[in-house]
Each structure stands twice: as structure tokens, then as C-alpha cells.
Design a protein around this ligand. Structure first.
Ligand code: FAD
Length: 404
């Protein structure tokens, strides 16, 4: 294969956005997007949220031809020969690049020592989602290990489909990471109300699978059978290619504020990379969030073309469970106080402040889009490094917009 130009490895959220952003920035050269999945690039968030319409394409197939983007599906890149700006593909082909973007995403973390048979699932791909949905039939018993976003969203979906659900979380409560206790307990209460059996503070000791069920032994001696088990205990960055190419790693592929790796011709974006978060003084984090992947794809594309755009977005993510939406803007680490703002009888926002009164993050929970507008305004306050008066944040009659 003899084309050069811009090459992107990983046809997920970040890779697809970057490919189209290259064209939007006026680049007319060759753009090649390589993905090892067979499907047209698809959205992952619906996989744990909607029981129908399992494959939602990121863009319509025709858009690739219309914009002259070459999409290679079901093809894996096996090595980066960085010294000669060339990639090796799984079929023996090689592909030169002028600039390369690594948008390889992340893979579900595996529980050490656990035997993953037919009835033990993880969730990242559309095929895995289909297998889990099969296990959620009415009357089935689904066990879920991990009270993070994916585990909880799947618990909600399981109940909606009529399955019995047992969720096991080793921490004392669900959503220990990044969500204030008050909101995670509210979500936990809702799951209990919907009939999810939640077991916190204990892990799985062993599992045994046979043709009809999976038997789960907990560390405290309890034991039960389920039709299937989903392990949702986080994800690891896909950085093997980068590691073999000698790129700097630090909780994923390390990039600078231009999303450039330690090799000047190679960029990275999305779940696979860690970057310095400008709004928190350059603290390095790796995010697994849909909007982050999109925004980083856009900025990486600009910088592949020689622009010098700094990535300075405020982290943001959401989760849907039942009719509730949780949204978190910013990172709450370092916060020492919380201020609550009621939005309605069913919705509230918690503001996380540091010891100097600076707003670091805002977490909101409520039905539908109840918290969306105020979280968006909080995001703007966070970006401006604002020190809003706690009394004003707490008072729903004072518009957040007036604090900007
Ligand atoms: C079930 C689920 C629900 C989610 N829900 C939410 C949500 O509610 N809110 C939110 O903010 N975020 C959510 N996310 C996270 C969000 O989907 C991810 O942050 C986003 O998809 C990351 O995009 P990415 O492009 O970095 O990686 P990915 O979308 O994972 O794409 C990477 C692609 O690269 C491919 N690849 C890897 N290595 C190679 C190689 N060597 N050669 C070729 N191809 C390769 C992978 O197979 C994959 O197709 C969810 C994720 C999952 C799995």
C-alpha cells in the first residue's frame, strides 16, 4: 500500500471525529482511518443504555466516500515503525504516514484469576452488548460485578427487560470514584427501589461456570447462582502499539497540551491517552468520556496540520439510569467543601469548592435534562476559574449566569 498523508489508528469516537475534522480544517491530502472492528464506526454509550437499536453509526457510511476518507474496517495495525513513519498491518501490508493519530481507545479490565467462559461478559463492543442483552431476558438472573457507570446502567437495563439483577461492589457504596456520596446514594436508592439487589463492601472470591449457570462465591462466604455475570470494573488504555514504538506512557499514551506524543509526528486522542488538564494547572489525567474523545479528536486533527491549538476543555460526562441523568463537569479531587443547589423536588446540583473557594467541579442528578443548563453554566464558571459565593450557588433564585 503506497499512500501517505494523515493516518488514524482506531475508528471510534476520537478517530472518526479527527478524520472529519482534518477535512473541515481544509486538508485535501489523503486521510486513512483504520479500525479493527468490522462494523461501521458506532456510538458506545447506547450499548449500556438502550435495549433497542444496538448499532448507532457515528456517521452515515456515505459520508466517508463523500469526503474522500478511506476507512479500512476489520484491519488491525500491528506495529509502528516510527523511525521511518510507517505502520504495519495485520495482513502484512505497510502504510506510510506523514502524521499519525493513535485513537485506540481502551479495553475492559479483566479480573485476575477469573475464568472468562461463555456466561461471563465484559462490555465495550456491539457484539458484547448483544450477548449481554441475551442474558437479560425476563426471568433470567444477571449478576454484575462493579458499581461503576457501566454496571449501574446495565442494572437499569436488566430491570427494564425483566431480569433479576444482583450487583456486587467491593467498595462501601456504588460510584465511589468522582461522584459525591449524596448523589451516588440517591442513585443506589433508586436501583434498590427498582428491585436491584445491591451488595456492597464485598468482592468475588471465585466463580464456576457450567452449561446452565454461573455460580458466584463472595469473599464473605455467601454463594449464589446466576444465568450470567458481567464484569464492569473499569478499562485499561490500549497502548501496546505506542509502548512498542517507544512512546512515553503515563497512565496511557502521554501527550502534551497539543495532544502530541513524545514523537513529534504522532498524536493521540480519547480514552487511550493522558493529558495535562489546563484548568487544573496541568494535572495529568486520562478520561474515558465521549465528549472528551470527540473534542480531543478535533484538536488533534488541527495540530496534525501544524496548527498550535491547546486542548483546554473542562472534563464532562453523563450517565443515564432509568429516567435519571447524572452529569459531572470538572474534576472534584482537591475539593474540601460541597454546596447544594436544589433545582426541583427531584433534581439538585452539588458544587465542589477548594479551600480558597474556587469552583472545581459540579455534579448534578435529576430526571431527563433537568440539570443540563446549570451544569453547562457551572462548566463555564470552572473554565474561568471562578470563586463564586457559596451563598449564591446555594440559592436557586440567583441565576448561575449572573455569576459568570
Ligand atoms: C458501554 C459504554 C457506555 C458508555 N457510556 C458513556 C456515557 O454515558 N457517557 C460518556 O461520557 N462516555 C461513555 N462511554 C465512554 C465513551 O464511549 C468513550 O469514552 C469513547 O468511546 C472513547 O472513544 P475513543 O475513540 O477514544 O475509543 P473507542 O471508541 O474505544 O475506539 C477505539 C477503536 O480503536 C480500535 N483499535 C484499537 N487498537 C487498534 C489497532 N491496533 N488497530 C486498529 N484498530 C484498533 C478499537 O477496537 C476501537 O474500535 C461509554 C463507553 C462504553 C463502552
Amino acid at each position: 500500500m503506497g499512500t501517505s498523508g494523515m493516518v488514524i489508528v482506531g475508528a471510534g469516537e476520537a478517530g472518526v471525529r479527527a478524520a472529519f475534522a482534518l477535512r473541515e480544517h481544509g486538508y485535501h491530502g489523503s486521510v486513512t482511518l483504520i479500525g479493527d472492528e468490522l462494523h461501521l464506526p458506532y456510538e458506545r454509550p447506547p450499548l449500556s443504555k438502550t435495549e433497542d437499536e444496538p448499532v448507532r453509526p457515528i456517521v452515515a457510511e456515505a459520508r466517508f466516500a463523500e469526503t474522500g476518507i478511506t476507512l479500512l474496517r476489520g484491519r488491525a495495525v500491528t506495529a509502528i515503525e516510527a523511525a521511518v513513519n510507517t505502520l504495519a498491518l495485520d495482513d502484512g501490508d505497510s502504510l506510510p504516514y506523514e502524521r499519525l493519530l493513535l485513537a485506540t481507545g481502551a479495553s475492559p479490565r479483566r479480573l485476575q484469576g477469573l475464568n472468562y467462559g461463555k456466561r461471563v461478559h465484559v462490555l465495550r463492543t456491539v457484539e458484547q452488548a448483544a450477548a449481554i442483552r441475551q442474558a437479560m431476558q425476563k426471568g433470567h438472573h444477571l449478576a454484575i460485578l462493579g458499581g461503576g457507570f457501566i454496571g449501574l446502567e446495565l442494572a437499569a437495563m436488566g430491570r427494564k427487560l425483566g431480569a433479576a439483577v444482583t450487583l456486587i461492589e467491593v467498595q462501601p457504596r456504588v460510584l465511589m470514584r468522582g461522584v459525591p456520596e449524596r448523589l451516588s446514594l440517591a442513585l443506589q436508592a433508586r436501583h434498590l427501589h427498582e428491585g436491584v439487589n445491591i451488595i456492597c463492601g464485598v468482592g468475588i472470591e471465585a466463580i464456576a461456570e457450567n452449561d446452565t449457570s454461573v455460580s458466584i462465591a463472595l469473599a464473605d462466604g455467601r454463594q449464589f447462582d446466576a444465568d450470567a455475570l458481567v464484569v464492569g470494573i473499569g478499562a485499561e488504555p490500549n497502548n501496546a502499539l505506542a509502548a512498542e514504538a517507544g512512546l512515553l506512557l503515563e497512565n496511557g499514551i502521554a501527550v502534551d497540551d497539543h495532544l502530541r506524543t513524545s514523537n513529534p509526528d504522532i498524536f493521540a486522542a480519547g480514552d487511550c491517552c493522558s493529558y495535562p488538564v489546563a484548568v487544573y494547572g496541568g494535572r495529568r489525567v486520562r478520561l474515558e468520556s465521549w465528549r472528551n474523545a470527540q473534542e480531543q479528536g478535533t484538536v488533534a486533527a488541527a495540530n496534525m496540520l501544524g496548527k498550535a491549538e491547546s486542548f483546554d476543555a473542562v472534563p464532562w460526562f453523563w450517565s443515564d439510569q432509568y429516567d435519571l441523568t447524572l452529569q459531572v463537569a470538572g474534576l472534584s479531587d482537591g475539593a474540601t467543601s460541597l454546596v447544594a443547589r436544589p433545582i426541583s423536588t427531584e433534581a439538585e446540583i452539588l458544587f465542589h469548592l477548594d479551600p480558597d473557594g474556587r469552583l472545581l467541579a459540579a455534579s448534578g442528578l435529576g430526571p431527563g435534562g433537568a440539570v443540563s443548563r446549570d451544569i453547562r453554566l457551572a462548566e463555564m464558571l470552572i473554565a474561568r476559574r471562578a470563586h463564586p459565593a457559596p451563598s449564591a450557588l446555594a440559592d436557586p433564585s440567583i441565576k448561575l449566569k449572573s455569576l459568570l
